[in-house]
Design a binder for this molecule. Sequence first.
Ligand SMILES: C[S@@+](CC[C@H](N)C(=O)[O-])C[C@H]1O[C@@H](n2cnc3c(N)ncnc32)[C@H](O)[C@@H]1O
Ligand SMILES: [Zn+2]
Length: 411
Amino acid sequence: MPLTRLKPEFPTEIIQEGQTRVVVPKLKEFVKQPCEYAPSKAPVFYNPVMELNRDLAVLAVQAYQKRIGREITVCEPLTGCGLRGIRFAIEVKGVGKVVIGDINEKAFSLASYNVQMNDLQKCVAIKNREANNLLSCYGAPRKRFDVIDIDPFGSPVPFVDSALRALRNHGLLALTATDMASLCGVHSKACIRKYGGRPLRTEYCHELAIRLLAGCAATTAAKHDIGVRIVFSHRGEHYVRVYATIEYGAGNADESLGNMGYILHCFRCFHRETLKSYPDIKPPEKCIECGSKLNTAGPLWLGNIIDPEYCASMERQIETKKFRLAVSMRKMVALIESESNAPIGYYVIDKLCDMLSLPVPSVKYVVETLKKEGFQAMPTHFNSRGIRSDISACKLTAILQDLTDKAHKRT
Ligand SMILES: C[S@@+](CC[C@H](N)C(=O)[O-])C[C@H]1O[C@@H](n2cnc3c(N)ncnc32)[C@H](O)[C@@H]1O
Ligand SMILES: [Zn+2]
């Protein structure tokens, strides 16, 4: 079909992201009021703000391809204008075949146009199908994909089961969740319903969100006798993202369920502790620090949410590619890597100081002080005011108090 016949009949423009050029809806033509969310007003979904998410996806898929060392196949069944899937085909070395799909006919047409415009007809196949329906066609041995990227509106949970069935042994599953109100505890019932775990509105709720999503992937995989390992995860402005590799076998499934458990949190003194137990739970009733009632998050994933080697491989890939956001990406991936062995749950200094009515010191100063005192301490990509440390909440509040007293004495 000639390219002009596929050209969409709504306002579009050509954009470049990474090394890829595609036609996207001209977003400013679709917003009537400044408060409107432009991507969802356009006939085909395109969100320029997700560039970093897609850049990191390119890195993660490249790191995966390097790890397995052969040509790979990729599926992106909720593709919108096709940008993410087309970027995999163009920017990831060693990608043999990409299948992209979307239920929206206009998205399908625009993605088809973009595939043709990039001369990728031999490498990228496009389907105008419902995502579960599409994935089900690839659920048989020898048809499965090496990588599946689920990047939907809201929760990826409705697609996790069919994605796992369409993924090869040792494959990579990437999941974006944008339903942060559920995962961060504003709508706990929705979270329990979808992810099978209770969220909590703590200062580290975005980490809990990743752990709830990872836990859901692990329990869903376990039903198919599949184990999971989380190789990379990160928080974005309005979403969380998890990358998991899978391994067939009941033993692997049991092993990954061994990473499930609960996080107990005290809203009075910020004490938190983990309880590796699944599915049973018998939590202590009172906070060991202040005696208040403990609140429970989970069941969720208590295992690693970063594989430092995988992260280092992603970091190396940044230098081999051209990204507009390379500088911030380099910083972010390095920070995430540095957090890989950190204790679960971070402190937000402003929140602690607010409770204690103390002036807020810099994160750098607190990190240095904690290290001098012999504690593990580092900043976190989750929150620019956050600190990961093995110090107890009680000792940390004492140190913050002490820093203020010393500062007063000096003045
Ligand atoms: C968030 S957008 C995808 C953005 C895209 N992944 C990217 O990186 O630019 C979600 C897309 O999923 C499509 N969609 C929603 N429900 C679907 C379903 N059940 N099956 C297939 N596509 C679906 C929508 O039409 C929309 O284009
Ligand atoms: Zn307490």
